[in-house]
Design a protein around this ligand. Structure first.
Ligand SMILES: [Zn+2]
Length: 449
């Protein structure tokens, strides 16, 4: 591990938070006192489970969690009642989704005493996270949103970041930049206080920064994640798409040392806990990208128990094959399979990117329709129009906007014309001024409402 990032300039000030400074040394910032004191056997096992996962050990984390569930808390700690849900959360991270699904449903049929608000909120968020990982995106996001509403009301702070990460990632994948930034803002607010499980929050924030302003804009955050071994270890057992994203992004930045560090950490995580197909797939995906190894990318694609990740590995594999003329038809077939995977999980943004790649091969697919949400955007803008308007008001050209949204510059011009009409503005300058004036009233309505 390198002590500091190299080969990349840290754009200090452009990223609003740096995990290097704020990553808490102990994981229980913002959590109930019960877990910190370990005042009963359940709490002690729960604590060991959380610490193991925090240190990148999903295997030990799951063992301790199962033990915590098996021991009955005699002291009536509210916190100890959450142990089964924590177990489900770890099963989700391990993508052992069938076991997680059985477990969460058995909890809900148990019945009995009315549950606390914290319990209700946690149950919604954990169930939503699981559904999201299973590819039931709409149901998952709706559950998480419902859980967050309760959590924000009853002050269950330690739960918020988990929910915000799912909401931001879901929004990003369906090209709903407005919601994505709304949740990233909320994550940033939590980050200033330090929170449990910050690695995933830093990663989704970096993705949002890249989607908004290109990979350079995320450089500081990427370097911060990769250069911190603890953050990286935790991220690699939390988000299966993270390792490949980091290697790809570091590649774009020309930061090959960082790309190597990320791939090596993924490989170490996989070697240390070979039981998890998702961790192995993620390590193979990262290594395949780093080494231009189509065999590893194919193995990763077939091994991933996560639809989005499988599609992502296929997209990268097709990218590698498309460099060889003889593999053209193969590359097209694999891209079409990736497109199917992204579409199945409502990942509009990723699907549009693949449609563009297919177009480069002369294969035309109908434009992917963004998942539009009615009645929430200012001036009646669609999600795509909102994204275009935001990027244009940041000073990007139509070409740049098109590259970021994976649409042609002609399509950007078409959407921009609609934006002008709906917002009654006549120029980019006017749009930027109007946008700036309204940006603080936008994005704060969805969750509270
Ligand atoms: Zn207890």
């Amino acid at each position: 591990m390198r002590p500091s990032p190299s080969g990349v300039s840290i754009l200090s000030g452009r990223n609003r938070y740096t995990p290097k400074v704020q990553f808490p040394q102990q994981p229980f910032v913002g959590c109930a006192d019960d877990i910190s004191s370990g005042s009963c056997e359940t709490a002690a096992l729960f604590r060991s489970s959380a610490l193991s996962w925090y240190d990148g050990r999903l295997d030990a984390g799951l063992q301790y969690a199962a033990s915590a569930v098996g021991v009955r808390c005699e002291d009536g700690h509210e916190f100890c009642e959450l142990a089964p849900l924590w177990h489900v959360a770890l099963l989700t991270k391990a993508r052992e989704v069938e076991a997680g699904w059985r477990m969460i449903n058995s909890l809900e049929t148990r019945g009995g005493e009315p549950e606390s608000q914290v319990m209700t909120a946690t149950s919604h968020v954990i169930r939503g996270e699981l559904l999201f990982a299973m590819g039931c995106v709409d149901e998952g996001l709706a559950e998480v949103e419902a859980g967050l509403r309760v959590a924000e009301r009853c002050g269950a702070r330690s739960l918020l970041p988990t929910g915000y990460v799912v909401m931001a990632l879901g929004a990003l994948r369906r090209a709903d930049m407005r919601s994505c930034l709304h949740y990233v803002d909320k994550l940033t607010g939590e980050a200033l206080l330090g929170y449990f499980g910050q690695a995933a929050g830093a990663w989704v924030t970096a993705q949002a920064a890249e989607a908004r302003g290109g990979v350079d804009r995320a450089a500081g955050l990427i370097a911060g994640i990769v250069a911190n071994p603890a953050v990286l270890r935790q991220l690699l057992v939390s988000e299966p798409a993270a390792a490949s994203w980091l290697v790809r992004s570091c590649g774009k930045l020309g930061a090959h040392d960082l790309a190597k560090t990320a791939a090596a950490a993924a490989s170490a995580a996989s070697a240390a806990q070979p039981r998890f197909a998702v961790v192995r797939a993620s390590a193979l995906h990262a290594a395949g990208l780093l080494e231009d190894d189509s065999g590893k990318l194919l193995e990763a694609a077939n091994l991933y128990p996560d639809l989005w990740c499988g599609a992502s590995a296929r997209e990268d594999l097709a990218g590698l094959l498309s460099a060889r003329r003889s593999e053209r038809n193969n590359a097209i077939r694999i891209l079409e399979s990736a497109l199917g995977g992204y579409t199945a999980v409502g990942a509009t943004r990723d699907a549009s990117r693949v449609v563009n790649k297919l177009r480069e091969f002369g294969v035309r697919r109908g434009a992917i329709r963004a998942v539009e949400r009615d009645g929430q955007l200012p001036h009646g803008l669609t999600n795509t129009e909102f994204a275009v308007a935001e990027l244009v008001s940041q000073g990007h050209t139509n070409n740049e906007v098109g590259r970021q949204l994976f649409i042609s510059r002609h399509t950007v011009a078409f959407h921009l014309k609609k934006v002008y009409q709906k917002m009654s503005v006549a120029s980019r300058v006017e749009l930027a001024a109007t946008w700036k004036a309204m940006q603080w009233s936008v994005g704060r309505k969805t969750v509270e409402g």
